[in-house]
Design a binder for this molecule. Structure first.
Ligand SMILES: Nc1nc2c(ncn2[C@@H]2O[C@H](COP(=O)(O)OP(=O)(O)OP(=O)(O)O)[C@@H](O)[C@H]2O)c(=O)[nH]1
Ligand SMILES: [Mg+2]
Length: 182
């Protein structure tokens, strides 16, 4: 049996905990507490340590899914969680006014701490931001000759969450077949 450590990154309220819960469908540990962060004060709860879930895939592989806390003051945890990761899901909240700049910041984090780790970008809450332009995200989602796939995802929707994981798993397969290629 093979195990894959998958790290879910993204800003506060981008849907990391929701995605982990949706994919795991029950067997999940979270550390959400009432939110006291002013920057996201419209949010009832927030993650203070991490979300965690085990998922057994039909092919016998196991995913270990780690959702990071989104609050900026926890950014020291991101590189620690990224150590040994086989894949990264980066969630971007389409309703954030500076979403594209935030994406650039996260892409820089990946470049610094997980340059060789397969990754996929899921844009969430698109139903609340109908004029959001996915193309601008695609344009900044990479570095050098590395392009990260960008796709819409409603983190509440299990099927969509699983599709996102499928794309990530394909990236991971390519990575295994072609060592040294992102
Ligand atoms: N309308 C809409 N709501 C969404 C979508 N994706 C996620 N949400 C909602 O957005 C909120 C996201 O909250 P969380 O899952 O707690 O976000 P988080 O990334 O874990 O946040 P922190 O732990 O605070 O960093 C939840 O209320 C979700 O139901 C979407 O595509 N559309
Ligand atoms: Mg959370």
């Amino acid at each position: 049996m093979r195990e894959h450590k998958i790290v879910v990154l993204g800003g506060m309220g981008s849907g990391k905990s929701t995605l982990v819960r949706a994919i795991a469908a029950g067997a999940v540990v979270d550390t959400d507490v009432p939110n006291s962060d002013r920057a996201g004060a419209d949010k009832a709860s927030t993650t203070v340590a991490m979300d965690y879930a085990d998922i057994d895939l039909p092919n016998g592989d196991r995913l270990r899914l780690y959702g990071t806390p989104g609050q900026q003051r926890f950014d020291f945890i991101w590189p620690i969680l990224l150590q040994g990761a086989s894949g990264v899901v980066l969630l971007l909240d389409a309703t954030r006014w500076a979403a594209v700049e935030e994406l650039q910041d996260y892409v820089a984090v990946l470049r610094q701490h997980a340059a060789d780790v397969p990754a996929v970008i899921g844009v969430s809450r698109l139903d609340l931001a109908p004029s959001f332009d996915l193309e601008t995200c695609t344009a900044v989602a990479g570095w050098g000759n590395r392009m990260l796939p960008v796709m819409p995802v409603d983190a509440r929707n299990r099927e969509q969450g699983l599709s996102l994981m499928d794309v990530l798993m394909s990236e991971m397969e390519v990575h295994e077949l072609v060592p040294g290629h992102g």
